[in-house]
Design a protein. Structure first.
Length: 559
């Protein structure tokens, strides 16, 4: 059984490889993330090296000395699944330092494991070092080899004898300018009866990456690609795959895709024998468009008609592609649930009403937060697996296999369904995928925030920190801890403690009292940095104060 820990303080999830069952258990003694825990409680160690964290030099509470007389300090790994390590250092700086460390031992009866400092990265508070640490920590894993891009295990050009070729009037992709990791393409042809046959093609990454290969294991550990303002910082898959071999670029090369073929006639998608159908296809991309350049073209008009047939009539090319990808993912989700294999994406109905918040605040980007708030679950999950944000009974991630491991896994399930004799892939933990998605979101947020944050000692909350407008995303009337706040200026969601507000009072329906704690309330978000805190994930402290100005509150329509 492999130990998976999101937070050492909260206890681990244990993954049983034999049954594919995840069991929440009390923490096994002296075990670390990635270790194998035997039924008798004994532990088989993984390789824990290159862990990024903070050495708490500022805490003068003595941790003792080594046998050689070297002072001992606590090393706090950025990965919260690890406990603090006791490390030795002859240096005595007056500030905390970022370092990398490795696990040495954990003696039964000892409170913390022993570690050894490998490399000093720089002082806490140095902006350049903070950035390096954020990037390193987001992709660090238990094995040092996973920190560098590996191409070992990348398959040769896949056998395409089982793929189908069809004639198309155009095969194209629509992406941001400069995009190289192209996951999806569209193809169409007009038929004699006035209908149009469409193919939504997704790069068949599963054909390139053998299950269990070194490159596959690295992709699993990373979980997904790390971006900074739309730029790839650390790809899930090596560049030779993500931007070359498997990428659906318009370079004249023939590539395999898993495609959803459908027919549109008289403004609607046909059902029955002509209804949506998944299959393996070979395509050669002939055209590249950006979201701007496709506007006004014949291709753009075609895609707009497809989007309208799928239920979203719009003049925005971003909406067209989003609609098409949602339709693809929803269809795949139905196939996954039918067979009880793969990973679904669900969002409970009790989640914040992002669509209503977007309409009430006038911030269209809030609607897209619904997709980010979802979670992965196995396709065999009983109970509610609907996606309230998209108003769909079933949904999954299957359209971005170059960027997300859940999509790659679901492609392997599709191969088993579409190719007789191909075995289903091994069980993959949704807990791990959810954890990696959370880590990547937090890292992308912190990279964005880095230029805005003053690296000063923690200021009293009454003092002036960095201030910006925020919008409350969830009710805080009964919340004792931090709640979600959206910052329009940063386009990021922050967790903050709501200060200086009062409990909602009885009022007329549709009215909003000043200082209320309801979703959509605007207020002032203050951000502080505690440079002395040795836990990276706890150094950003936020407080949120709902505006008490009646005119300001009245400007926001009630949800």
């Amino acid at each position: 059984m492999t130990l998976l820990m999101k937070s050492y303080d909260s206890g681990p999830f244990i993954l049983s490889r034999d049954t594919g069952e995840e069991v929440l258990s009390s923490r096994p003694l002296f075990a670390l993330p990635g270790d194998e825990v035997n039924p008798d409680g004994s532990v088989v160690r993984s390789l824990h090296r290159g862990l990024v964290g903070i050495v708490d030099f500022r805490n003068r509470t003595s941790m003792g000395r080594s046998k050689a007389g070297v002072p001992l300090y606590l090393f706090h790994p950025v990965d919260t699944g690890y406990p603090p390590f006791i490390v030795g250092s002859k240096e005595k700086p007056d500030e905390n330092w970022f370092c990398t460390a490795e696990f040495v031992s954990w003696v039964p009866g000892a409170s913390w494991p022993r570690g050894a400092i490998q490399e000093r990265l720089g002082p806490v508070g140095d902006a350049k070092t903070e950035r390096v640490v954020l990037l390193a920590a987001a992709t660090a894993t238990a094995t040092e080899t996973h920190k560098k891009e590996t191409t070992e295990g990348v398959g040769s050009h896949p056998d395409c004898s089982v793929y189908k070729k069809e004639p198309w009037a155009a095969v194209f992709h629509i992406d941001p300018a400069g995009c190289e990791d192209v996951d999806d393409v569209l193809a169409y042809r007009d038929n004699d009866d006035g209908s149009t046959t469409w193919l939504i093609g997704i790069a068949d990454v599963a054909a390139w990456v053998p299950e269990g290969s070194p490159v596959d294991r690295q992709a699993f550990q990373r979980g997904q690609t790390l971006y900074e303002n739309g730029t790839v910082m650390t790809p899930m898959l090596p560049h030779i795959l993500s931007t070359s071999l498997a990428s659906l670029r318009s370079d004249g090369s023939e590539r395999p895709v898993i495609g959803l073929r459908l027919v549109v006639k008289d403004g609607a998608c046909c059902v029955g024998g002509l209804g949506p159908h998944l299959g393996l296809h070979l395509v050669t991309v002939t055209q590249t468009f950006t979201y701007e350049s496709v506007m006004g073209t014949d291709v753009g008009k075609k895609v707009a008609a497809l989007s309208a047939a799928l239920g979203s009539a719009s003049g925005d090319s971003h909406v067209w592609i989003e609609t098409v990808m949602v339709a693809y993912n929803a269809h795949v989700a139905r196939r996954l649930q039918e067979t009880g294999r793969g990973i679904l994406r669900r969002l409970p109905a009790g989640a914040p009403p992002y669509k209503a918040l977007a309409a009430a605040t006038g911030l269209a980007e809030l609607e897209h937060l619904g997709g980010q708030a979802g979670e992965y679950c196995v396709a065999s999950t009983e109970g509610d697996v609907s996606h309230a944000g998209l108003n769909l009974p079933l949904y999954c991630h299957a359209s971005s296999p170059l960027r997300r491991y859940a999509d790659l896994l679901n492609q392997r399930v599709l191969h088993s369904l579409l190719r007789p004799g191909v075995a289903f892939p091994a069980f993959v933990s949704p807990t791990h995928l959810n954890h990696r998605a959370s880590v990547m979101r937090r890292t992308e947020r912190d990279l964005w925030l880095l230029p805005f944050l003053p690296f000063l000692p923690l200021l009293p909350l009454a003092s002036k920190g960095h201030e910006t407008e925020g919008i409350l995303l969830e009710s805080s009337a009964e919340a004792s801890g931090p709640v979600s706040i959206y910052c329009p200026a940063w386009r990021r969601v922050m967790k903050a403690k709501v200060e200086g507000t009062r409990e909602p009072e009885a009022r007329e329906p549709g009215s909003r009292e000043p200082g209320s704690r309801e979703p959509g309330s605007r207020g002032l978000l203050r951000v502080f940095v505690d440079k002395a805190c040795p836990r990276l994930t706890r150094r950003y402290v936020c407080s949120f104060e709902v505006k008490a100005d009646a005119a300001a509150d009245a400007a926001a329509e009630p949800i």
